[in-house]
Design a binder for this molecule. Sequence first.
Ligand SMILES: O=P(O)(O)OC[C@H]1O[C@](O)(CO)[C@@H](O)[C@@H]1O
Length: 435
Amino acid sequence: MSKIRLEATAIDLRFDESILEQVQQAHDYLHQNGGSAGHGFLGWIDPPAESGELAEELLGAAAYIRGKADVLLVIGIGGSYAGGRAGIEMLTHPFRNQLPPEQRNGPEIYFLGQNLSASYIKGLLSILEDRDVIVNVISKSGTTTETAIAFRIVLGWMHNKYGAKETARRIIATTDRSKGNLRRISEAGDYRTFDIPEDVAGRYSVLTPVGLLPMAVAGIDIQSMLRGARDARDQYSTCDLTQNICYQYAVARNKLLNQGKLIEILVSYEPGMALFAEWWKQLFGESEGKDGKGIFPASVQFTTDLHSIGQYVQQGPRHLFETILWVEDAHCNVELPELAGDPDELNYLAGKTLNFVNEQAFFGALQAHTEGDVPNLVLRIPRLDAQHVGHLFYFFEKACALSGYLLGVNPFDQPGVEMSKRNMFKLLGKSGSTL
Ligand SMILES: O=P(O)(O)OC[C@H]1O[C@](O)(CO)[C@@H](O)[C@@H]1O
């Protein structure tokens, strides 16, 4: 696998001695599994083996779903949703669900439980009347309201469609090994289950059954993905900052924060990476935004957003920096044809490719933003295949954990999320809830 590279404009990636001690301490927190806030949540540090028992079981379950269903419904929110969807959107056809079955490689896949919209769930169920459906419901706590509501509605719909016995064969629950409502419901309903390791927080769980099962159903080579993640684990296990670009990224963003750069914008030039940016935002937002600290994680899709908030990036307040995900080898290309008479004045590009034009847009924006005092970090990703995407998931998980420790927060809890949940329960009249 060729390596991911980190480059920077307007940021000095050389680091002074003072930071090395902090990096060493944060590294020890992650690798010695003790002494730090959140030390019970380091299970993601060692991704599952690509040819181990879990991978085999997941491939078996995926084959069952692929053989039996026209549609997989994935129910979950946050860390129990975004990573799997991100992987599918990055690694499969951009209009996968619209393809004829023989070209699609697996069932159509739809996601629900990540909002409380009646029109979304009603609309989705209305297109599934004549389809054969299997459900993968995912919740670590087993009690998240959006997921639980969607699952209750879908369960009723499945019972009407298939009856209780067949419904039980069509539900796979991914949840905690022993705790929570979803575990209890699964045992009572005799559903097949996959465990979410207790020592992996939701936003670090993409490389567990949470993300791996939906991706395997979509025909993604999850063994290759795990190989990429384990390569990343080996590559980023050194504390030598000169050798470890994952740590360089974590240190650079903290350095930028100390210089007043309060917002990090994740930039990509492939629409298929939009959900990856959502996954990244939860990862960093929930991990670092606490105790009055943290960089605000935002994202843009270029070139689309160059024509909208590009103006703000170029000339608004100078409190932001960009992290660009640049894919070097886009796996397909389109050449611009010559047009007689040149009515649209594009013949100067005839024979050139869209990837070439996209790359010039990248260079142009990079230069403009750097000149506009927006520092840029560029992650050059050789190509978007399962192995590199596995590597990328791991890269950001480790960078986020290290960065959180450098910032002085616990990167594995999310106490703030609880406040709005509590308020909502009170407003809904849930018994035992107080504001
Ligand atoms: O898997 P669960 O327990 O349903 O949680 C889903 C998401 O909800 C959160 O707890 C936030 O409410 C996230 O941390 C988590 O990823």
